[in-house]
Design a protein around this ligand. Structure first.
Ligand code: PLP
Ligand code: COI
Length: 362
């Protein structure tokens, strides 16, 4: 492990990488859009992606009023993060996985695939061109990277566009939920479904988030920062949270639903690997809502939310207390998700060895 340098330590190594920008309060970033230097754009026309990245300094795009993204939701996106490491590098976490997932989203929407090498070079260029917005090491922040791919050509009858846009924007972020690492109470959404088994829940398409906006907002208005979806058929099998996967730990087991309508999360896959490395048994199988209270610990996991402990789950008016059987305190993050959180963060910030080759220097 590298020696940890303080964020504001002038002697901290930089490896020639420009230091963080001044004037941003890194400790209170939260999760919101903040302006940066530029975004990166590629356009698909006449059957091919433009090979040269455009650096666009205005946070706007001139779009045809008939663009299929606007009318028919022909749009998909990704989310990943870049970190300033203990030894002064800037590193992306598993961007290869995001490239693959975006390709599967694109295929489902009849959008031409962005080749993995183009995806990776656009992501790296976006980070490099905005490197002063990567939060300082030690602040807990990161640069959120949002690749976006959509139909930008006009069609008024329903059909795929002839022109597509791939862009990568970045913005510095801190905690997704206002309480930082504190546990949250989730409410199960039963008045609305997120996805159907043969629908588009397994890909990261814009429409999934459009569908979640109302239930997500209703949950927040009712005082729950996070909502949990169950299956559309009988509303009993746990699917996932609006913006993250569901994971439960019990004894030596790491349990996560294997539903076909859940988004395959890179964070979940990462945690499952770390759990298996530690000798745990990884179970990918249906999880009935009645099982939720029997877990020792439950967490929401995803790039934006990282690992957020969920200690209470409200299902049809009944409060399920996670970990009750093992006497867990619902106001405290459980020990094992705490340890997993430290481990993942340690790898991302270059404090722990990256034995799986997950970190890509920018
Ligand atoms: N599920 C949904 C619906 C999401 O939006 C996200 C966020 O990307 C995740 C799960 C977590 O996926 P990942 O860990 O790849 O960020
Ligand atoms: C992410 O975790 O990267 C996501 O895409 C979720 C998003 C709705 C913030």
């Amino acid at each position: 492990a590298a020696a940890a340098g303080s964020a504001t330590d002038a002697a901290a190594p930089t490896n020639g990488i420009p230091p963080p920008a001044e004037g941003l309060d890194w400790a209170t970033l939260g999760f919101q859009f903040r302006p940066t230097n530029c975004y990166i754009r590629h356009t698909y026309r006449d059957g091919a992606w433009s090979s040269t990245p455009e650096l666009v300094t205005e946070p706007y795009i001139k779009l045809h009023i008939g663009a299929t993204a606007l009318h028919y939701g022909a749009s998909c996106f990704e989310g990943l993060k870049a970190f300033r490491t203990a030894d002064g590098r800037v590193s992306l976490f598993r961007p290869d996985e995001n490239a693959k997932r975006m390709a599967s989203s694109a295929a489902r929407l009849l959008i031409p695939e962005v080749p993995a090498d183009l995806f990776l070079s656009a992501v790296k260029t976006a980070v490099r061109e905005n490197v002063e917005f990567v939060p300082p090491y030690g602040t807990g922040g990161s640069l959120y990277v949002r690749p976006l791919l959509f139909g930008s050509g006009p069609k008024i009858g329903l059909s795929p566009a002839d022109e597509f846009t791939f862009l990568v924007l970045v913005t510095p972020v801190g905690d997704y939920y206002a309480g930082g690492p504190a546990p949250v109470t989730a409410v199960v959404t039963t008045d609305y479904d997120r996805a159907a088994p043969k629908g588009v829940g397994h890909v990261k398409v814009a429409g999934n988030y459009a569908a979640d906006l109302l239930p997500n907002t209703l949950a927040k208005r009712a005082g729950y920062p996070i909502n949990l979806y169950v299956d559309a058929a009988d509303q009993r099998s746990v699917e996932e949270f609006g913006t993250s996967n569901f994971v439960g730990l019990r004894g030596n087991s790491y349990v996560t639903p294997n539903s076909p309508s859940v988004l395959p999360s890179v964070t979940n896959k990462t945690l499952a690997t770390l759990a298996a490395d530690a000798g745990m048994v990884v179970e990918r199988r249906p999880v009935d809502i009645s099982e939720a209270g029997t877990f020792d610990e439950v967490a929401a996991c995803g790039t934006a939310v990282v690992i957020t402990a969920v200690t209470r789950i409200v299902y049809k008016g009944t409060v399920i207390i996670v970990g009750e059987a093992v006497g867990a305190d619902p106001d405290v993050v459980g020990p094992r998700f705490s340890a997993l959180y430290k481990q993942v963060r340690g790898i991302q910030y270059g404090e722990l060895p990256d034995v799986h080759g997950w970190c890509y220097d920018v």
